[in-house]
Write a protein that binds this ligand. Structure first.
Ligand code: ATP
Ligand code: MG
Length: 411
């Protein structure tokens, strides 16, 4: 069965591939009707390095989601991350033709802001307007229909390596999928976990996944800064495997069930069993030793994010603090450690703003996939179509009409 009003998010992550199927409810909402996941084996640090393996994983997740939703999936909104992603701010200025800002003027000014030299091997993934300035009036979100002679826009531009984007598209195409759009993963996650109030007064979203840690800073309801660090939960697993001399699979298991990001929080003398390598007998170890291995790595990741926050110049403009999401933020003590390092309020972000099978996606791991879906839903309902409708009658006609009414009232 093929349905038209389905929107599908495909999160091609370093540790898992996740397909989330949503159905538009008609009143602007989205209901989750299917989800499929598969471990990811074709990526490193957020970037596709093996197309064949990625295709296999995408197909597996896709099949599961199709079965659950009872539909055929043809096109998806796919996520992109990796340290090749760069975000920077730019601005454009134009003269308004005809004294009133039209859609053409808005398009032209955004084009002007995009007119910057970008190396041949990079492409613009997003041009996100922060504010419009009409003549000297600042802070305008939608200038359509305003009177003015000079239109200026401030934008945040996100660029990525052409080849990385192409490899994602290629993996999707080979899995039998069209790609409706490629969306920066942190931007997607932010749509699923941040509240409008947080975006307004300023917030930093930190998505700590398996291979990457993505940062996006919002203030006054617009995106101010984005960056991607090539560090995540994999590094933690690696440290445990080396530190405890145990296989990676065992290290991952130990991390999930006993890991803790702050050794001070481990008060019990709980003992854990640690499998050995090379056929040696397994050993026992205190949980505190494990926490002492996890802590420096978690500290390193959060300290690098803090440096990025300071470098961006927006750290004192995020009154709502930091929202952590992505699988790695689930480790015990991460929120407490983050509060200590950032010296800001920190909360864990779960996907919100959806209906249907909410329980199935109720984990920070699914923030990106749900966010891709929400981004797709927003794009498909068309911001252009939703934009303010300009009345046909000119202002002069309306004033004349009102004056006529006065005269008839007097008479
Ligand atoms: N309870 C938990 N405690 C500690 N770590 C966890 C827990 N649950 C998940 N993780 C870790 O979260 C990581 C996966 O997170 P997520 O699914 O967000 O990553 P991803 O999207 O696949 O990767 P990326 O976004 O980096 O490409 C893994 O490293 C996993 O070990
Ligand atoms: Mg991710």
């Amino acid at each position: 069965m093929a349905r038209n009003d389905l929107i599908v998010g495909l999160d091609v992550g370093t540790t898992k591939i996740c397909v989330v199927v949503g159905e538009a409810t008609g009143d602007g909402g989205v209901d989750i009707i299917g989800i499929g996941t598969s471990p990811s084996t074709g990526l490193r640090r957020g970037v596709v390095v093996n197309i064949e393996k990625t295709v296999q994983c995408v197909k597996k997740a896709l099949e599961e989601a199709e079965l659950m939703a009872g539909c055929d999936i043809r096109s998806v909104y796919a996520g992109i991350a990796g340290s090749h992603i760069q975000g920077f701010n730019s601005h454009g200025v134009i003269a308004v033709k005809g004294g009133e800002v039209t859609q053409r003027d808005v398009d032209r000014v955004i084009e002007a802001a995009k007119a910057i030299a970008i190396p041949m091997d990079r492409e613009v993934l997003h041009t996100l307007p922060q504010e419009f300035i009409v003549d000297d009036q600042r802070g305008i979100a939608d200038p359509l229909g305003m009177a003015g002679v000079r239109l200026e826009v401030k934008v945040h531009i996100v660029t990525g390596a052409v080849t990385s984007a192409q490899n994602i598209i290629r993996s999707c195409n080979r899995s039998g999928l069209d790609v409706s759009n490629i969306v920066l993963e942190s931007l997607a996650s932010s749509k699923a976990v941040l509240s409008p109030e947080e975006r307004e007064i300023g917030v930093a979203l930190v998505d700590i996944g398996g291979g990457t840690t993505d940062l996006a800073i919002f203030n006054k309801d617009s995106i101010k800064h984005t960056s991607v660090l090539a560090l995540g939960g994999h590094n933690l697993t690696n440290d445990i495997a080396y530190g405890l001399r145990t296989p990676m699979v065992a290290a991952e298991k130990i991390k999930l069930s006993h890991g803790c990001a702050m050794s001070d929080l481990v008060t019990t003398d709980e003992i854990i069993e640690v499998p050995s390598v090379g056929g040696r007998e397994s050993r026992t170890m205190s949980k505190r030793v494990l926490a002492e291995i996890c802590e420096p790595r978690c500290e390193e990741i959060l300290a690098l994010v803090d440096q990025e926050l300071i470098k961006s110049g927006f750290k004192n403009m995020i009154a709502a603090g930091v929202v952590l999401t992505g699988g790695t933020c689930l480790i015990d003590g991460m929120q407490e450690l983050a509060e200590q390092i950032f010296d800001l309020p920190v909360r864990i972000g779960y996907p919100t703003g959806i209906g249907g099978l909410v329980e199935e996606v109720n984990s920070p791991k699914y923030a990106t996939a749900v966010g891709l879906l929400l981004h797709g839903a927003g794009e498909e309902s068309g911001p252009r179509q939703r934009a303010f409708k300009i009345r046909d009658d000119s202002g002069f006609d309306r004033i004349l009409g009102r004056m006529r009414k006065w005269f008839t009232d007097i008479a």
